[in-house]
Design a protein around this ligand. Structure first.
Ligand code: SF4
Length: 498
């Protein structure tokens, strides 16, 4: 019971379909608008303790600084993390890619002879398709985060980083619970209403038996502190903490970019994250664990440190800043493109502005049409950069990646991204010829009116309609610049002789 993003269409195709779904747009606009409002109130109240001015920018700089410092010394910090975790009684595994990480986790589950595991909400395990890998071995993975549970029971895909079921309303959630809970465990009560508290209570009852039965828990981590060998998960419901403490065995899959150097580094990050994500001053639950404590919590702890494209991302001078991301989802909530298309259109567990740059960084540019379409899934308005608590300049990375996409697809036999891009390429080639010579430019200007009229008519042709459908052609000026210059002597006799 889980969907997969494999085989998703390119962003323009998926987005067009999403735009036709009025209910989806309504759900998204309502949810993102509410979170935006809460976030901005909480951001405004961060003040500098000395001057009393806004301290948000200083906090952003501090957050970006600790993440950047850890990335600059990544190899050193990861080795230190391995050392401290091992000293604390955890077993550390290194996984180069998704297949290796899945092999490690399924191997541990099989060694313990289990046919089910409980999971803390984790983006990285979705990134590697862990649930599907476990299912192939006959092991069911139960999501315990409420929104994640809705997605799983609905045989759906996550649509948002923080609120994976953001595209569902209360009535839809009630229908999913009534239909699907009984297939995989304790059924929902027959008198279930769509009140949030009633729905949450049904989920709690459904999950409780799974928590109490599970021998193996699986988690990710928001941060990993190299100095102390400590993993950190922040959440709102407490279900994550149940997964982290009740099972005998805990397996944590952690992207290598999650490491920070020292305990103090958590200070700005744990203040930035809740304000930026849920619009709260602090997370209701912040759980930390450091290996094994005899007689308390899991007695066997495994940590899988995952690369899966992250070292390639680190080598990209402009794009590497995306590894600072703390998955707060603020960039999604302010993005006008995300608000209209929702997360599924991005074809990945990482949707929105951060997904548009992170997927190409992790998967590489020039090999997959769907991935190459993502840097274009933006209006470049800059709202994502303004909202990002760790100052990731997403628009700059998008522009850089668009250039990489063009370069990768130029003359290397890689399929074009569609007629729109081909038309753009022809237009820019034409511009290069015209601008290279004054006589050619003058000749071209005389035909501007004719050219724009023809372009308008050509835009209705099927082959160009995708490109033209999203763009307005300006009206042709009554006179070219060159002729205006000659007529007015460069503006000195403006208005005379007309
Ligand atoms: S890119 Fe920035 S705003 Fe977007 S999820 Fe990551 S940390 Fe949050």
């Amino acid at each position: 019971m889980s969907g997969t993003f494999v085989g998703m269409p390119v962003f323009p195709t998926a987005a067009r379909e999403a735009l036709g779904n009025a209910q989806l747009r309504h759900n998204l606009a309502h949810a993102t608008g509410t979170i935006r409002g809460k976030r901005s109130r909480l951001v405004e109240e961060v003040t500098d303790s000395i001057t009393g001015d806004s301290g948000w920018e200083d906090l952003r700089l501090a957050g970006a600084g600790v993440k950047e410092a850890a990335l600059l010394g990544l190899e050193r910090e990861l080795l230190r993390l391995e050392e401290t975790l091992t000293a604390n009684g955890a077993t550390v595994h290194w996984a180069q890619d998704a297949a290796e990480a899945n092999r490690i986790v399924t191997g541990i589950a099989r060694r313990h002879g289990v046919d089910e595991v409980v999971k803390v909400k984790s983006m990285v395990t979705q990134e590697i398709g862990l649930n599907e890998a476990l299912a192939a071995e006959g092991i069911a993975a139960w999501e315990t985060d409420l929104a994640e549970l809705i997605v799983q029971l609905g045989d759906d895909l996550p649509s948002h980083i923080l609120v994976p079921a953001i595209h569902r309303n209360r009535a839809e959630v009630r229908e999913i619970f009534l239909r699907a809970m009984k297939e995989v465990g304790r059924p929902a009560p027959e008198d279930l209403t769509d009140e949030p508290a009633v729905l949450a209570a049904a989920a709690r009852e459904h999950l409780r038996e799974k928590f109490l039965r599970a021998k193996v828990g699986v988690s990710g981590a928001n941060f990993a502190v190299a100095e102390t060998g400590t993993l950190v998960v922040v959440e709102s419901e407490g279900n994550g903490r149940m997964c982290l403490t009740l099972p005998e065995v805990l397996v944590s899959v952690v992207g290598i970019e999650k490491v920070v150097s020292q305990w103090e580094d958590l200070d700005p990050l744990l203040r930035l994250l809740p304000r930026s994500s849920t619009g709260e001053r602090m997370n209701p639950y912040t759980s930390t664990w450091s290996g094994v404590t005899p007689g308390d919590g899991p007695q066997e702890v495994h940590v899988v440190l995952l690369d899966n494209g992250r070292t390639n991302a680190l080598a990209d001078r402009t794009g590497r800043q995306a590894l600072r991301c703390i998955r707060c989802s603020a960039c999604l909530n302010v993005c006008p493109v995300y608000e209209r298309t929702g997360g599924h259109a991005y074809g990945s567990v990482y949707p929105g502005p951060i997904g548009a740059i992170l997927n190409p960084l992790l998967k590489g540019i020039g090999t997959d049409e769907q991935v190459d379409s993502l840097p274009y899934a933006s209006s470049l308005c800059g709202a994502c950069f303004e909202a990002c608590p760790v100052r990731i300049d997403i628009p700059s990375v998008l522009v850089d990646q668009r250039a990489q996409v063009v370069d990768a697809r130029r003359g290397h036999g890689v399929k074009s991204l569609g007629s729109g891009h081909a038309a753009e390429a022809i237009a820019f080639k034409g511009a290069a010829v015209a601008l290279s010579d004054a006589r050619k430019l003058g000749f071209g200007e005389r035909f501007t009116r004719v050219g724009l009229g023809a372009a308008r008519r050509l835009g209705s042709l099927p082959v160009l309609s995708k490109w033209a459908g999203a763009r307005d052609l300006p009206p042709a000026p009554p006179e070219s610049f060159r002729s205006w210059w000659e007529r007015t002597d460069g503006g000195r006799s403006e208005g005379e002789g007309r």
